[in-house]
Design a protein around this ligand. Structure first.
Ligand code: NDP
Ligand SMILES: O=CC(=O)O
Length: 380
């Protein structure tokens, strides 16, 4: 696991312009930490647990953090480092990602309490040793640290704030880690509610899809309460290969939107290339190979190219979520007057694909918004 703190170092030394390995992982997480490295980069400092310092690159107007004094007043209980056999973890949102991530926590020996809106999705985890709760509040009440992996801002707010939501089960000494992809304002609103219950908050959206989630190779883009980041480093290490602490909440959400905006535009460009190649009589497989050998080679093209050529889109990253991310990134650009014409064009294609009934297909199904219709569909 690589840990990169671009905000304030967990170790005293931070070097600008390069990253330096610092073995900082706890003994209790040795089994997961075998794959880990800890790296620190320069950045402004903050008070641990306050989440109150704002890196110069993140605008207050974008993520609207709650008042630092309020946080310091409510977040005083010390957080114990999570360890298998000692710490109960919670997980709400057992979709494609939540299922794989919870499995890795169970495999590492953690006791995990889970909840999902559709309870059927918890059944495989129950068979693997998880306890199933009847509400998000019950999860948070039973666990020291509760993770959430939910579709979108609306779901994230609802599961946190509803009467039997996560916040109702929180108290001092507990923490809430929202790993969903949401916008900074949503994350800040949830953070404020969590802190008003005396608990700590970490936003920790992930880069990496179903495969990396299954393999424990996600990249966590975290921000918020740094003491919580330290406390949950062992479980993060079980689920991921790298983790960044980026500062006050909002920075992780913004980083995730930047990364996924790039990914979304790359995918539409790739789909257009495959479609054009087909139109002019080139073999798509040859295009994939040529692209893979040159400067624009990307793991995503190598992974998705063959299935796109086969017009097959089993969902790993649902298209509706990629379109949500484009929408949120465009709103962020709007807020800070950053033109994003490529992202806007790509977003229009994802919307077109949604209209074609492909919201639940993999996001590579944006291919269908640009490619020649399949013969059987054209015949309808
Ligand atoms: N799949 C991927 O490759 C990646 C996804 N992400 C992000 O992770 C998040 C989850 O993605 P993924 O697992 O793929 O998505 P899924 O669609 O598989 O899962 C979504 C989860 O959210 C729950 N949910 C949705 N709406 C509500 C609601 N109103 N109340 C309660 N629960 C709700 C669903 O419950 P139910 O089962 O009952 O519908 C389900 O557990 C998204 O924010 C996505 O952008 C990030 C990185 C990679
Ligand atoms: O959010 C999706 C991903 O692959 O990362």
């Amino acid at each position: 696991m690589r840990t990169i703190v671009t905000h304030s170092g967990l170790a005293p030394v931070a070097l600008a312009g390069r990253t330096t390995p610092v073995p900082l992982l706890p003994r209790s997480s040795r089994s997961c930490a075998a794959k880990s490295r800890t790296l620190h980069a320069a950045g402004p400092s903050t008070t641990p647990f306050s989440g109150s310092s704002t890196p110069c690159c993140v605008r207050q107007s974008v993520f609207r953090p709650s008042r630092p004094s309020a946080r310091l007043a409510t977040c005083r209980a010390a957080l114990e480092e999570a360890a298998p056999g000692k710490t109960v973890l919670g997980f709400v949102g057992i979709g494609i990602m939540g299922l794989a991530m919870t499995r890795n926590l169970l495999k590492a020996g953690y006791e995990v309490v889970v909840w999902n809106r559709n309870p059927d999705k918890c059944k495989p985890l129950e068979q693997e040793g998880a306890k199933v709760a009847s509400s998000p509040r019950e999860v948070a009440a039973a666990a020291s640290y509760t993770f959430a992996m939910l579709s979108d801002p609306e779901a994230a707010v609802d599961v946190a704030m509803r009467p039997d939501g996560v916040v109702a089960g929180l108290s001092p000494g507990k923490g809430y880690i929202d790993v969903s992809t949401v916008d900074a304002a949503t994350s800040s609103a949830i953070a404020a509610a969590v802190r008003s219950a005396g608990a700590a908050f970490l936003e920790a959206p992930v880069s990496g899809s179903k495969g990396p989630a299954e393999q424990g190779k996600l990249i966590f883009l975290t921000a918020g309460d740094q003491e919580l980041f330290s406390a949950v480093s062992p479980p993060l290490d079980c689920m991921g290969k790298a983790k960044f602490f980026l500062g006050a909440e909002g920075a992780g959400a913004n980083m995730k939107l930047v990364v996924n905006m790039i990914m979304g535009a790359m995918m539409t460009s790739f789909a257009e290339g495959l479609a054009l190649a087909d139109k002019v009589g080139l073999r798509q497989q040859d295009v994939i190979e040529v692209v893979g050998l040159g400067a624009i080679a990307a793991p995503m093209f190598a992974l998705k190219g063959p299935t796109m050529a086969a017009r097959s889109y089993a969902p790993a990253f649902p298209l509706k979520h990629q379109q949500k991310d484009m929408r949120l990134a465009l709103a962020l650009g709007d807020e800070v007057a950053q033109p994003l014409p490529m992202a806007a064009a790509a977003n229009a294609l994802y919307i077109a694909a949604r209209r074609q009934g492909l919201a639940d297909a993999d996001f590579s199904a944006v291919m269908e918004a640009v490619a020649e219709q399949k013969a059987e569909e054209a015949a309808k």
